[in-house]
Write a new protein. Structure first.
Lengths: 111, 114
């Protein structure tokens, strides 16, 4: 399967703490993207990391990619209640214009 | 305008009905996508339109019929659906038809087949 496997499936933390979620995959990738989905509605793109990159930052987000281990992690620092959502990694493989989404991590940030 | 607009937001239809989902973007994107998402599952790709032509069909049953009338519009025609087709249907677009750019998603149509 080209789908990414994410862990944990669910994560509950308090506001101000950091949240880390991981994505593992089995195939070679062109790039890996992270998306957020609030309450089962539309997805919002967070960050794209190319296969030749190891780390990227965007605001409170830090993404790492280890192609030798076929894994990526998303770190959200100083979490806020508004970060409560489901987070998906998405793999771009081959030459096709398609993304294959991972299984997702449901993040709950409490006050 | 960085929005992808989907209508309707909710749809309930019988198994003998014919309905259509609509998607619109005005960002000049040349790739548009339909995804299906069941509860607590990731989105699954259904179709990709590249420069208004169907480029990927992920073996979707023929009761789902996509249409791209122009570069801004994408429709999904529904006919003789089954209850298991109930799901959130998401439209997305990207600047070019490649996985190298981010995808912009609409808010989805929540479809219930009764």
């Amino acid at each position: 399967s080209q789908q990414g496997e994410e862990d944990p499936q669910a994560l509950s933390i308090q506001e101000g703490e950091n949240a880390t979620m991981n994505c593992s995959y089995k195939t070679s990738i062109n790039n890996l993207q992270w998306y957020r989905q609030n309450s089962g509605r539309g997805l919002v793109h967070l960050i794209l990391i190319r296969s030749n990159e190891r780390e990227k930052h965007s605001g409170r987000l830090r993404v790492t990619l280890d192609t030798s281990k076929k894994s990526s992690s998303l770190l959200i620092t100083a979490s806020r209640a508004a970060d409560t959502a489901s987070y998906f990694c998405a793999l771009n493989t081959g030459t096709a214009s398609k993304l294959t989404f991972g299984t997702g991590t449901r993040l709950q940030v409490t006050l | 305008d960085t929005e992808v607009t989907q209508t309707p937001k909710h749809l309930v239809m019988g198994m003998t009905n014919k309905k259509s989902l609509k998607c619109e973007q005005h960002m000049g994107h040349r790739a548009m996508y339909w995804y299906k998402q069941k509860a607590k599952k990731p989105p699954e790709l259904m179709f990709v339109y590249s420069y208004e032509k169907l480029s990927i069909n992920e073996s979707v049953p023929s009761r789902f019929s996509p249409e791209c009338p122009n570069s801004s519009l994408l429709n999904l025609h529904l006919h003789a659906l089954q209850p298991e087709d109930s799901a959130l249907y998401l439209c997305a677009s990207s600047h070019v038809p490649s996985g190298w750019t981010e995808a912009f998603f609409g808010q989805g149509t929540r479809l219930t087949v009764v």
